[in-house]
Design a binder for this molecule. Sequence first.
Ligand SMILES: Cc1cc2nc3c(=O)[nH]c(=O)nc-3n(C[C@H](O)[C@H](O)[C@H](O)COP(=O)(O)OP(=O)(O)OC[C@H]3O[C@@H](n4cnc5c(N)ncnc54)[C@H](O)[C@@H]3O)c2cc1C
Length: 427
Amino acid sequence: MVENVYDLVIVGGGAAGLMAAAWITEHYKNIPEKPSVLLLEKMYRPGRKLNITGKGRCNITNTRMWDEFSVHIHPNKQFFKNAFYGFSSHDTMDFFTGLGLALSVERGQRVFPKSMRAMDVTDALVDTIRSGRIVEMKTDSTVETIAKEENFIVKYGGGHTVLSKRLLIATGGLSYPSTGSSGDGYAMAISVGHSIVSCRPSLTALIPSGYTEADGSLSSLAKSLSGLQLKNVSVSLMVNGNIVQEEFGDLDFTTSGLEGSLGFRISRKAVEALDFGQKVAVVIDLKPALSVQQIQQRIKREAAIGNNTVKYLVSRLLPAKLVNPFLLLNKQLVRVSSAEAAEQLPQLLKNFRFNILSYVGFERCVVTNGGVSLKEISQKTMESKIVEGLYFAGEVLDLDGDTGGYNLQIAFSTAVLAVQSALQQTL
Ligand SMILES: Cc1cc2nc3c(=O)[nH]c(=O)nc-3n(C[C@H](O)[C@H](O)[C@H](O)COP(=O)(O)OP(=O)(O)OC[C@H]3O[C@@H](n4cnc5c(N)ncnc54)[C@H](O)[C@@H]3O)c2cc1C
């Protein structure tokens, strides 16, 4: 039995769905004629993923202007341009400060709530929606199927049915399924004729060979490396022996593998290559500011004043935690004379190599690469080109960004554009 007819149903109460609902609430609060809107969220509480973003601090957005911002958008930055200009990172900041959330801009132009609590971001959106009473929000309400006749028929929560003139799918991707984002939106999109660009984990840890033992436990190499944070290093991603990406920044070794901003940045191409069965390696220049000659001179100076064992020289050039793993991975150094080792060291420091065996999957990656094909969506409105009145926003789309606040801005900009377009047509 149909329980109600709405102007718009929003499926998913994550970053995109909550922004869509909060924007509607704010926009229509002083307009007499209000739309009827229902938000359906699968989990008991909305915004579960939002609460764990930015290591619990939530990197809301990034203040870079389009030319610099767009470099971080994949696979089609042009598709995102219209949505970004309609609701930019500065609009995001104005929106949240308007809701009473103080923000601060940090290194790399990343924006965080001043409180450094991701939950404050979720609360700002949820409180706005609940107190505004324009959008009805139902949690613990999984949407099971959608269909289109004259209106959309939305079945949810094991036996409920509502109709809606417009429908927004904001169900997220496949990453961190424990937060509720388990790819349901793809099945909904397919059921009404859309195609999905195959999905892969992105912004995920790369697992070097030798990192785990045959029984799956961490190897002694992994144990000695994990916790190491390399600052200001250069990294080359090699695929089948060719450099395909070069980056500079900070690289972290964790119990999962190579992470940190550099590890994440190269993970997109690395995962794709591994999936295609290609050979992947990461080569780290541990001394990018020094030439081989400069390192050689430094080694000579060190050898002249201290003892000239290889271990001593390496310890003068690398962080303490890296000395043993570096020697373990460059066993040839202990077989040659100290003078020969000193000769070889500069090249080895500039070419510290890890062959990559695999990567951490959807269960713990930050974002999904792939999703609803952008070819089937209007970039001017976020409306489906296949089903009139159907809109998409956020990670469910084949659109993702690097770390730095780009993914949440994708969710916010596409959500606002989608509801602006959807409600323009109904009211
Ligand atoms: C650990 C981690 C840290 C991150 N940190 C940052 C960061 O600091 N900055 C940044 O920009 N990005 C960050 N991201 C990425 C960012 O969180 C996502 O890209 C963003 O949340 C996507 O928003 P979304 O609304 O599309 O999807 P989600 O936020 O995943 O929301 C989708 C919602 O839909 C609901 N849902 C799914 N299926 C159904 C259904 N059938 N019926 C009803 N509801 C359904 C889900 O329960 C979920 O609440 C991080 C991601 C992770 C995993």
